[in-house]
Design a protein around this ligand. Structure first.
Ligand code: N01
Length: 865
């Protein structure tokens, strides 16, 4: 159904909305609810957006329709029943029209109206939006509800204009449909649009030739009526189901898998993949295991599974091989849902042409020439995709403050805060813009969240008599960084995908959506508001308030780890009792990745300062020895831990510094209080130095290293060795060291709770280790030593979100002031426990490498390649 414009010819509104798809429609609803005047400008002649334009045969949603529906109108959920699991385009368009009718939306919409440009006026604090029919609209708020996949990619194949037969684009399909009966048809492209349309075109056409550059992963949609089982949760409590979707990973309630693909047996893995294949849900493809998008080896198991499915479906083995994607990991390009896609290649009149080995040279008047062959066609279908996520936004000539255009600002890639706004363009909002979960999520959920955030913000401005809101440069720069860091934890940037902008020649290649998940993202947006619009400048008649700041400073893997810990609701360590805490730490350590293989491990004992027996574990590199030796002291607050509790880090340091690492235990409190650990440190280092050759190492200077309380022991050992005149220590690597138990420092308060090590635990450790009156002894607080000169060179590593940060920083400064060569590595966004987590915390790899490099250089060891 179409309808000519009935929108009031208003030229002056509170909110101008570009696009009458699902985003623009709901934004209008929210504007009305707030009593704000609004107009929607739409190039098409009716509502529907994507579902208005993409009318190619087979077009369907790839998220179950029950999930891909509005939640803001509870009645609608009763009034509208989807006929299939994945509704076809006509039904989704009817749904959009039904909503428009029900809420009388068209009265505030102007159809057949394409927005060409928009300019910000800094004196009136308003946008002027210019349209192709000459009507300008002035508005305080300007919302781009233009969709992520709405700007078709300009054909980049030579000769496209020459073809005299019929040309179709899946993205702008004729409204009357197309009859391919008795036609020789070419389809260029094998993305989602092609995968959906090819079986239906093949059913009509006399001949179908598919030109494939890159095969895609596709799973059967198994469309049909939705099962009662799948609907049970939804029917039981619709509101709860929607709420769960809002806080889920991808906008659809789903159980989060606990295991990685390599953690289960081959049979178990295969059974789970089979279940995924049978279930026919896109989110299941990468949601069967928790590491599919992060671990190449895990992903490979899925890749092989799908390859096998393709091979068992496609009769011709050569065609099957061509259809098996090998140049990207599953999910790094949007996977497809299909109905009989692979089966279609078994039809005698369907041919697949691999244009990677046999490239298209030109489109001719009568067909397509490849390097090897000339083809004649009656019709060519371009299923060649979109200028995704940014194309439709910069397609409008938008000019912000000081004459800066958005195109200029985004020349090297989009810069947004939360994917919602960008600095220099006040009151300009993007729905599901770059830097938000958008295309990695159920769009309906992400659209509603953005619309609500924008509407709430507009209401906030009105309630507080403010004219403008605009992100700060710091906030948006750091958001882009955060989003990229999240992407770098995954395999996603490795593919030549439209997520990366690679499909459009000349487009900057950056990962466009935010990969941190819908629920986490929503929490972030909410927190920004709760913290007084952190990262925004707000301006009104009373002046401009800049609430500059960074919403996510933790590195993403650290953030995820902390969230996981918080969800476990573990009792605080200090409430477990000493034995309970020791058992807990041991169990927690057992669940961590093991670290790299070393050449040899030797477990033995050495004498402590009081003659007691101390265990040690020796790690020897696989390279030819003998190697110089590092003595390592484990963390654990002088109370917990053992010679093997920092096993992964010791393995890492051994391999990467090419030194023998001897991890020595020391007596623990409360059984052996201060100065037992300190004295054992020196005794152990002395014993190792004296027995270097017997241990298979080189005689000569040792390096020492430690983490946390172990770094305290290491620092004290270096000082005591200087006083005692031996052993000779060539360098010290101190990771998050405890250096001063007597002084309160800002990090003790700022980072007291919520970042793994808490001040409550730290104080508990101190209390077990030594009395307050002895803490000023340099053997407990090495920072308080009267003379730090002449100590061995040091690498001091401190972490931004560690309660111990400031005392570690102070020690690095004090060593440097005393003339000790110091490398001081201050790790942004890291916590006390992140750096020892070898292979688990990716973003701290550089710090571990720096530690190994420092040991290597202290020891003069030849670092293996
Ligand atoms: O576009 P695409 P799409 N010469 O970019 C090929 C959503 N969607 O419209 O991969 C030869 O995925 C290109 O090859 P390559 C969904 O998010 C959803 O299919 O660049 N070939 C590729 O094979 C989807 O991901 C549904 O090597 C050329 C194809 O054209 C997104 O929209 C349905 C070429 C383009 O694939 C885009 O899908 C449809 C050239 N010059 C779409 N240029 C649902 O199910 C491009 N190609 C909801």
């Amino acid at each position: 159904m179409t309808e000519s414009s009935t929108a009031a010819a208003s030229t002056d509104v509170d909110i101008v909305i570009v696009g009458a798809g699902f985003a623009g429609m709901y934004q209008l609803v929210r504007a009305r609810r707030a009593g704000m005047s609004a107009v929607v400008l739409e190039a098409a002649d009716d509502v529907g957006g994507t579902w208005y334009w993409n009318r190619y045969p087979g077009a369907r949603c790839d998220i179950l329709s029950v999930d891909y529906s509005y939640s803001w109108d509870p009645e609608l959920q009763q009034e509208w029943q989807w006929s299939e699991r994945y509704a076809a385009q006509p039904e989704i368009l009817r749904y959009a029209q039904f909503v428009a009718d029900k809420h009388d939306l068209r009265r505030d919409m102007r159809f057949n109206t394409r927005v060409e440009s928009a300019a910000w006026d800094d004196t009136t604090h308003r946008w002027t939006v210019h349209t192709d029919n000459g009507d300008d609209v002035s508005a305080q708020h300007y919302v781009m509800a233009t969709g992520c996949l709405s700007m078709p990619k300009v054909p980049d194949i030579e000769g496209t204009d020459q073809f005299t037969g019929d040309v179709y684009f899946t993205s702008t399909w004729p409204h009357d449909g197309v009859d391919f009966t008795a036609k020789r048809v070419a389809v260029i492209g094998t993305g989602s649009s092609a995968v959906q349309s090819i079986p239906l075109i093949a059913a009509e056409a006399e001949q179908l030739t598919v030109f494939q550059r890159t095969p895609n992963f596709s799973i059967p949609a198994r469309n049909g009526p939705i099962s009662d089982e799948r609907m049970a949760d939804f029917r039981a409590d619709r509101a709860a189901y929607r709420e769960e979707a809002r806080h889920s990973a991808a906008g659809v309630p789903r159980e989060t898998p606990m295991e990685g693909a390599l953690m289960v047996s081959d049979d178990e893995r295969r059974a789970r993949y089979e279940a995924m294949w049978e279930a026919g849900e896109l989110l299941g493809v990468t949601g069967t295991f928790n590491d599919t998008l992060a671990n190449a080896d895990s992903n490979d198991t899925l890749r092989q599974f799908i390859h096998d499915k393709i091979r068992s479906t496609v009769d011709d083995p050569d065609v099957a091989e061509l259809l098996c994607p090998t140049n990207h990991y599953v999910g790094t390009k949007r996977a497809c849902l299909d109905t009989n896609y692979y089966e279609t290649y078994n039809l005698p009149h369907v041919r697949l042409v691999d244009i990677r080995s046999n490239p298209i040279t030109t489109i001719t008047e009568t067909g397509i020439d490849t390097a090897d062959e000339s083809f004649e066609f009656d019709a060519i279908v371009f299923a060649t995709g979109f200028d995704a996520m940014t194309g439709a936004i910069v397609g409008v000539d938008i000019t912000g403050r000081d004459g800066m255009t958005l195109k200029q600002k985004w020349a090297d890639g989009p810069v947004t805060y939360l994917g919602l706004m960008t600095s220099g363009f006040p009151n300009l909002y993007m729905i599901t813009g770059p830097g938000s979960p958008s295309v990695l999520s159920n769009m309906m959920v992400s659209i509603e969240q953005h619309v609500d955030w924008i509407a709430d913000t507009a209401e906030h401005l009105r309630a507080n008599h403010l004219n403008t809101i605009e992100p700060t440069r710091l906030a948006e720069t750091r958001w882009v960084q955060h989003s990229n860091e999240f992407a770098d934890l995954t395999l996603m940037p490795t593919a030549n995908s439209w997520y990366m902008g690679v499909n459009v020649p000349g487009k900057p290649q950056v990962f466009l959506p935010y990969p941190g998940g819908v629920g986490r993202y929503r929490a972030t947006c909410d927190e920004v508001v709760e913290r007084g619009y952190l990262g925004f400048a707000l301006e009104g008649p009373a002046g401009r308030t800049v609430n500059d700041g960074i919403i996510r400073e933790l590195k993403p893997d650290v953030q995820v780890m902390l969230e996981t810990m918080a969800e476990m609701e573990l009792p605080p360590l200090e409430t477990m009792g000493v034995e309970g805490a020791r058992a807990f730490m041991e169990a927690a350590g057992a669940g961590m990745p093991p670290g790299p293989e070393v050449g040899e491990i030797v477990d033995s004992t050495l004498p402590g300062a009081d003659g007691s027996t101390l265990e040690y574990r020796l790690y020897r590199p696989a390279t030819d020895g003998p190697h110089p030796i590092t003595v390592y002291f484990h963390g654990g607050g002088w109370v917990l831990g053992s010679a093997t509790s920092d096993d992964a880090l010791c393995r890492y340091l051994c391999v990467n510094s090419n030194s023998v690492v001897v991890s020595v235990d020391y007596r623990h409190a409360p059984e052996a209080r201060f100065p037992a650990a300190a004295d054992d440190g020196l005794a152990a280092a002395t014993w190792v130095a004296d027995h270097a050759t017997e241990l298979g190492g080189t005689a000569g200077p040792l390096a020492i290293a430690g983490w946390s309380a172990g770094a305290n022991v290491a620092a004290v050992t270096a000082q005591q060795a200087k006083i005692a005149g031996g052993p000779t220590i060539s360098g010290q690597v101190l990771l998050c060291p405890v250096t001063d138990g007597t002084t309160d420092r800002p990090s003790h308060t700022e980072n007291a709770d919520g970042y793994g090590l808490t001040m409550a635990v730290m104080n508990w450790f101190w209390d077990h280790y030594c009395d307050p009156e002895t803490r000023s002894d340099p053997k407990a607080s090495p920072l308080l030593a009267a003379d730090l000169s002449g100590l061995p060179p040091a690498l001091v590593v401190t972490c931004q979100f560690d309660p111990l940060r400031d005392e570690g920083d102070a020690y690095a400064d004090a060593l440097a002031a005393a003339g000790v060569p110091v490398q001081h590595l201050q790790c942004e966004g890291q916590t006390h426990t992140a750096i020892p987590a070898v292979d688990a915390m990716v973003t701290s790899e550089y710090a571990r490498q720096a530690m190994a490099d420092a040991l290597g250089s202290f020891l003069g060891a030849s670092v293996s390649a």
